[in-house]
Write a protein that binds this ligand. Structure first.
Ligand SMILES: *[C@@H]1O[C@H](CO)[C@@H](O)[C@H](O)[C@H]1NC(C)=O
Ligand SMILES: *[C@@H]1O[C@H](CO)[C@@H](O)[C@H](O)[C@H]1NC(C)=O
Ligand SMILES: *[C@@H]1O[C@H](CO)[C@@H](O)[C@H](O)[C@H]1NC(C)=O
Ligand SMILES: *[C@@H]1O[C@H](CO)[C@@H](O)[C@H](O)[C@H]1NC(C)=O
Ligand SMILES: *[C@@H]1O[C@H](CO)[C@@H](O)[C@H](O)[C@H]1NC(C)=O
Length: 953
């Protein structure tokens, strides 16, 4: 506290005392003592509610969501003239006037409580609730009233780890420390708390950092009824005696991702009162133990998001009170036990994202679930069932159903769209993706309270009926109709929409103007349709929360609206493949700091690329390919340290090679093809390790000149030892979207809708490069495509190109290369395309398994080349030259030479050396694939803000 603050505090105290001793203070009617009044007013004085910035996001209001109440400046009526017992949130003992309870939850308190805060000292205080206030960096106080029975400081911003001994309050019944991320609890503190608080019945500490192995002494606290240690970073194996707590009714250890092991056996000699068990989002493995059947009082079981295996045991459905069974996102398998369908008290059943299979029809298309009349929630999505279900029968048989998820179950869902059958008017969420639906279900008509609808990836044809525009009224916030054959939309309002995905249909018409009213929109994807007209200027004026704006592949025209620059949360902007014209607005700089991905490719943008990348630390991809952009590459791009993809191909950009991009540590793809770049590609001499992540480089069709950029080629570390992930292919992505590239492969332009990170490409063709092919290229052993054609390269083909064991396409045509074709090339196993034509190569074409598949055109227009597949026969003179390959130390048979080894060393990687050696000694690097599979740092999409998981293109 600064001196002036101390002064203010002291003078305030004097003021209070003078006020209190004056006649205006009516001690006879004020039950509250002077001491208490002062303590409370001091507490108030240190806080304010003026700047209280509760989360203004419309998506999350903890007070609304958890307490159902609103924020309210609760201390507003605390003043000296009224009895403190009448202040909001304060309760006194009726007879003595002692303050016994304070509830300031959601009270818009703002400030920092220090360790000697007066409030906690009130001697008769029993209950204190400060939940959901902004008390950032507050510390738990030194002194507590030792009568305290209930303390709730959830979501207040308390921090610290050393003042926990004061929690040894003899009468404590309930302690709620939830969601104070900065609080750390040491093992002995929790141990003391559990051992010494003989009345403690409720202990809630989610999101407190504990971070160590769950204490084995847990069973010592016998009075505990409710224990919540979720999100506390607990480690180690789940305790064997976890279910033995005598009074425990509610146990939540969820979201401790390092809490592992199998579910322990339940002690069958005890009567265990446990009712609610939540072990979701841990690392549990194994199957459900049979002794679980001894948890006779269980009403709710949540084991979702673990690695549990085995079948769904039938004993689960004999537990008499069990109502909620949540087992989604595990690897359970097998069929569903028939006892399930007799357990008629079941309310919530989640089996989604497992590997269940088998037929689950009752009769014909009668879903077996229709007997479970009390079901409110049913999820079977992402399994492998078979059968045909009638949606209308299901909905009308389950009058309490509010949520149904059948996406990608394997089931076919039919709807007869006859006379509309009964649907629970409170039905809220419906997921029917990949259900082979052919009709837009009529049952939706009566779902006035629908909030979530996913009908994506079905076979719905034609126009969506007009009545559908009213589905859910303004409550509908999630609508996914993507990947159908829908041709037209109804009029809709849906002002509360957050996620609107209409991509990949055949929708015609102009951009729906009502989208401009969706003030909470986070994702808008209308890509791959036939929307026409202009993007309305109103877009962006109200949709300032938008994170994903995907309008690509339509027939949109006109200028790009500057209102997009108002979307300060935008992370992904894709307007590619339209006919948008005009300039790229300079104001994009206003929102560049949040953007992960910009794709404006294949439009008619002209003018210069705005130089607005000062603050673009998150930008992973910038694609402006296929426009008429001019000027130079903006130099502020050097600030984009996250940039992975820069594609400026097919424009009119000029200037020399933008060497400053070499410092971008993550740049994986650089495409500058078909522009007007010129001059030699030179590395600034001081620079080492430029372009360390480069995997796709296309500089073709420019006027680059001079030698091939040897120094750059040397530093392409990512091309030297790409470690392959053979199980799940990883594709080059930026901002959660796959990067699609068109590049010259196998002699023609090939489009890759997505490109594997293993697919390493260097295309330098159609420039004015001269001089020899540097041997260093032989170090880029992960190359799949190398195209140096249409240049003026001279000298021999380096035999080290035989090192490129992964290569599939090699084009050296239209140069002035001389000498023989190195024998080493004949051993490249994967090579499917070779073009050495239009050079001055001589001698016999090497023979080899792959080489024999090439046609004459691969070698044509080299007047002195002979042997198959060319018609020219070789003469003796030409034969003899062949044995010597490279420097004469040739191992003609394997194609690998000592020179390879030496060059391997020159590659600067141990791998190069070792591989050269092993190839030399064994001829075939069998173990290569073994190290190649050892794993790699994957590109992961980050989830910083609330975002919809979104990958695709
Ligand atoms: C104190 O309270 C009594 C009883 O309500 C009232 O008659 C009296 O006027 C009050 N005195 C003052 C100074 O407010
Ligand atoms: C659980 O499964 C996931 C995905 O298959 C795997 O990454 C993880 O290592 C597994 N965890 C354990 C504890 O087996
Ligand atoms: C369904 O729930 C109601 C209300 O909770 C209950 O009275 C009824 O017995 C339940 N039905 C079945 C079949 O369990
Ligand atoms: C799903 O089940 C079918 C047989 O019904 C089987 O052929 C298929 O491999 C299974 N798919 C998966 C992903 O398990
Ligand atoms: C929709 O839900 C609200 C409460 O969430 C309820 O009051 C209302 O009756 C429901 N609408 C219908 C048509 O049932």
């Amino acid at each position: 506290m600064s001196n002036s603050n101390v002064l203010i505090s002291i003078s305030f105290l004097f003021f209070l005392i003078s006020v209190a001793s004056s006649s205006s203070f009516n001690a006879t009617t004020h039950k509250c003592s002077l001491r208490q009044t002062l303590d409370l007013l001091l507490f108030k004085q240190n806080l304010s509610s003026i700047n209280f910035s509760f989360d203004k996001s419309p998506y999350y209001s903890p007070c609304q969501d958890w307490l159902g109440s609103d924020y309210y400046p609760i201390m507003m009526n605390w003043n000296k003239n009224t009895d403190c017992c009448k202040w909001s949130g304060v309760t006194c003992n009726h007879y003595t006037g002692d303050v016994i309870s304070i509830d300031l939850s959601c009270g818009m308190l703002q400030g920092t409580l220090h360790r000697n805060t007066s409030l906690f000292r009130l001697p008769h205080l029993q209950t204190l609730n400060l939940a959901y206030n902004d008390l950032t960096d507050s510390q738990l106080p030194r002194d507590f009233s030792n009568r305290l029975t209930h303390l709730n400081i959830s979501q207040c911003g308390f921090t610290g780890s050393n003042s926990w001994e004061i929690l040894l309050l003899p009468k404590l019944v309930s302690l709620d420390l939830s969601w104070n991320y900065g609080l750390h609890m040491q093992p002995d503190v929790l141990k003391n708390l559990l051992q010494n608080s003989s009345h403690l019945s409720e202990l809630l500490m989610p999101q407190i950092h504990i971070g160590w192995v769950l204490p084995t002494f847990l069973n010592l606290s016998s009075s505990l009824k409710s224990l919540d240690l979720s999100y506390t970073d607990l480690q180690g194996k789940l305790l064997d005696n976890i279910f033995d707590l005598q009074y425990l009714e509610k146990l939540d250890l969820s979201a401790n991702f390092d809490l592992t092991g199998p579910l322990p056996n339940v002690n069958t000699s005890l009567n265990i009162p446990l009712k609610r068990l939540d072990l979701s989002n841990c690392g549990l493995v194994g199957s459900l133990p049979k002794s679980l059947a001894n948890l006779r009082h269980l009403t709710s079981l949540d084991l979702s998001y673990n690695n549990l295996t085995g079948i769904l045991p039938s004993f689960l459905f004999t537990l008499p009170f069990l109502e909620d069974i949540i087992l989604g996102s595990n690897t359970f398998s097998g069929g569903l036990p028939s006892t399930l369908f007799n357990h008629r008290s079941l309310k919530r059943l989640s089996l989604g994202r497992n590997q269940f299979n088998g037929k689950i029809n009752g009769g014909s298309s009668q879903p077996s679930f229709i007997q479970l009349v009390n079901l409110t929630y049913l999820s079977l999505s992402w399994n492998n069932f078979t059968g045909l279900w009638d949606l209308d029968t299901l909905l009308s048989s389950l009058p309490n159903l509010e949520e149904l998820h059948l996406s990608n179950t394997g089931l076919s869902v039919v709807t007869n769209n006859g006379s509309s059958s009964y649907v629970n008017p409170n039905f809220r969420r419906l997921g029917l993706a990949f259900c082979k639906l052919t009709l837009f279900p009529e049952s939706l008509r009566t779902m006035k309270n629908l909030t979530y609808l996913d009908l994506s990836n079905n076979d719905i044809h034609g126009r969506i009926p007009d009545w559908a525009g009213k589905i859910g009224e303004n409550g509908l916030y999630y609508l996914d109709l993507s990947y159908n054959s829908i041709t037209g939309l109804p009029q809709f309002q849906w002002d509360g929409m957050e996620y609107l995905n209409l991509q990949s249909n055949q929708i015609q018409g102009s951009f729906p103007p009502s989208i401009c009213n969706m003030s909470r929109l986070l994702l808008l994807d209308i890509s791959n349709n036939s929307f026409r007209g202009v993007i309305p200027q109103c877009l962006g004026n109200i949709n300032s929360f938008l994170q994903f704006l995907h309008l690509q592949s339509n027939q949109i025209q006109g200028q790009f609206p500057t209102s997009v620059c108002n979307m300060r949360n935008l992370v992904s902007l894709d307007v590619s493949d339209n006919s948008i014209s005009g300039v790229i607005p300079q104001c994009l700089g206003n929102i560049i700091s949040s953007l992960w991905m910009i794709d404006m490719g294949n439009n008619s943008f002209h003018g210069i690329i705005p130089d607005v990348y000062e603050d673009c630390g998150e930008l992973e991809g910038l694609i402006l390919n296929g426009n008429q952009l001019q000027g130079e590459v903006p130099s502020s791009l050097s600030n984009c340290q996250s940039l992975m993809v820069l594609d400026l191909g097919n424009n009119n950009i000029k200037g020399t090679f933008p060497h400053w991009l070499g410092d971008l540590p993550k740049l994986q793809a650089l495409v500058l093809k078909s522009n007007k770049f010129h001059g030699p590609i030179e590395t600034p001499s001081s620079k080492e390790n430029t372009f360390p992540s480069m995997r796709v480089l296309d500089l073709s069709h420019n006027w680059f000149a001079g030698h091939l950029p040897q120094k750059y080629l040397k530093s392409f570390n990512a091309m030297k030892n790409v470690v392959k992930n053979s199980t799940t292919p990883t594709y080059l992505s930026m901002g959660g979207m796959y990067y699609s590239v068109t590049t010259a492969v196998k002699g023609r332009d090939l489009e890759f809708p997505k490109i594997s990170v293993d697919y390493v490409i260097v295309v330098l063709s159609n420039n004015r490069f001269e001089g020899e092919i540097p041997g260093i290229i032989g170090c880029l052993v992960s190359l799949k495509v190398l195209d140096l054609s249409h240049n003026s390269l001279t000298g021999k083909i380096p035999s080290v190109l035989g090192n490129l064991l992964e290569i599939e396409s090699l084009d050296l045509s239209w140069n002035q290369l001389t000498g023989e074709i190195p024998q080493s090339l004949a051993h490249l196993t994967f090579i499917g395309f070779l073009n050495l034509s239009q050079n001055h190569l001589v001698g016999r074409i090497p023979s080899g398994r792959q080489f024999s598949t090439f046609e004459a055109s691969s070698f044509g227009w080299n007047p002195e080349l002979c042997g198959l597949p060319l018609p020219t026969k070789c003469e003796r003179r030409q034969e003899t030259q062949l044995e010597i390959d490279g420097d004469g130390d040739g191992d003609g048979e394997s194609g690998f030479t000592w020179r390879v080894v030496i060059l391997g060393y020159g590659c600067g990687t141990l791998l190069g050396l070792v591989m050269g050696y092993v190839m030399l000694s064994t001829g075939r690097p069998k173990w290569f694939n073994a190290i190649a599979d050892a794993g790699e740092h994957m590109i992961r999409t980050r989830h910083k803000k609330r975002r919809y998981v979104y990958i695709g293109k």
